[in-house]
Design a protein around this ligand. Sequence first.
Ligand SMILES: Nc1ncnc2c1ncn2[C@@H]1O[C@H](COP(=O)(O)OP(=O)(O)O)[C@@H](O)[C@H]1O
Ligand SMILES: [Mg+2]
Length: 462
Amino acid sequence: MITWTIRTRLTFWYTCIFGGTLFLFGVLTYFAFSYVNSKSIDIGLKEEADGIIHYAQLSKDYLKEYIERISNESGEEWAHEKYVAILDNTGNIQFISGDIKGNYLPLSSHQIQEILSGKKYYKTVKNTKGHPLRIITMSMNDGLQLIQVGFVFKNNKTSKTFLMMLMSLGGVAIIGSLLGGRWMAKKALDPIDQMIRELQNIETEHLNRRLTIGPVKDEIHKLANVINGMLSRMEDSFKQVRQFTADASHELRTPLAIMKTGIEVALRKSRNALDYQQILANTLDDLGRLSKIVENLFLLARADARRYEIHRERMNLSTVITDISDQFMIVAEAKNISVSIEKAEDVFIEGDELLIRMLFFNLIDNAVKYTSQKGSVSLALHKENGFARAVFKDNGIGISQEEMPHIFDRFYRANKARNADTRGGGLGLSICQWIVKSHHGTISVQSALHKGSTFTVTLPSC
Ligand SMILES: Nc1ncnc2c1ncn2[C@@H]1O[C@H](COP(=O)(O)OP(=O)(O)O)[C@@H](O)[C@H]1O
Ligand SMILES: [Mg+2]
């Protein structure tokens, strides 16, 4: 299959349309020219016939003399080209001139009647040489006779010359349109060529580069804007992926290094069973942390790839919130923190129980984790026109205004949290955000440093 470039296609269609229009114009001009030409012959014929009739009326001898003159001149050159005949009013020839004898125009009685009643009758026949002969027939002498005057018309030649001129001019115009069309197509496609060149220079290393945008707000301008938007999004996701990989490897490296050093130290000399037990317990602790991070990473990866299948079922949120707060009682007691449920209205949602439990767990876990000794954590669940609103309030370390926009980012942990002796991978809130989003809900936070934080989740109820 032949594949044409856009440029060739544009040129082809441009030339076709231009050529077609030109052809139509040429044909119409040619016909108009031929028509005007034959009209002028008809006018000449009528003038000649009128002249003869006029002089024949003035003097009775004129017609005789005229006929004699023509007869004497029958050998002349023009005799082949001019023809005069006189007929009686029944159509019988009384006189016929020129060398065109035998080619006169026979008339039917109906035609004769029409001519006698004043009509002028035109007809084109062929002369002996095969040239077209245009003849007018009119009545004369008060309807006693008919006169026929004919000219061989050479306008054929003129028409041919005109046609030739038209064709050669048309040819030149088509070649011109071909070259012009090609030039125009190139001009129109130039910005796209430039765009291709610029895009070829943008590699993954230089995703910050953008296409030059011209001042004219045309289709190319729109395309460049769309591509630039796409490049920005690509740059962002590339950055995110890089950051994510760096953060993930960093988070995994630390517990691995601690475990490695712990085991190396343990192996340096022989120890008693209690020491080994302690070392193994520490290692298990680190392994637990490591596998939690890997689990969370795996969950987020599946969420990103939309591979996590959410199993929705009707569930009562008050059961979930009481269950989970019970789970934290022991940890909270150890830290001397009170965990209380202010209100737990029965409110039902369509949700994935596993994920909703994880959501509440992460939020209560943070509240307990980031609240110092003797603090308090209070939970509340409200039913509000079509929504379930869960509030997780603590009077812990709080979050500063600068750090607030980042707490939902993957692996982000505020300085305070890092410094405090708390363990975490910084993935909890990212997971919470994904869970809330996949349940068509919202999550928001209000916090003041050293005063405490309030996380609010709303989910559509059923
Ligand atoms: N209740 C809270 N009080 C204070 N800071 C919080 C609270 N919840 C979250 N944060 C901040 O948000 C960061 C991210 O939370 P999260 O994603 O759960 O990670 P992690 O708990 O593993 O540190 C935390 O490190 C902490 O700085
Ligand atoms: Mg957390």
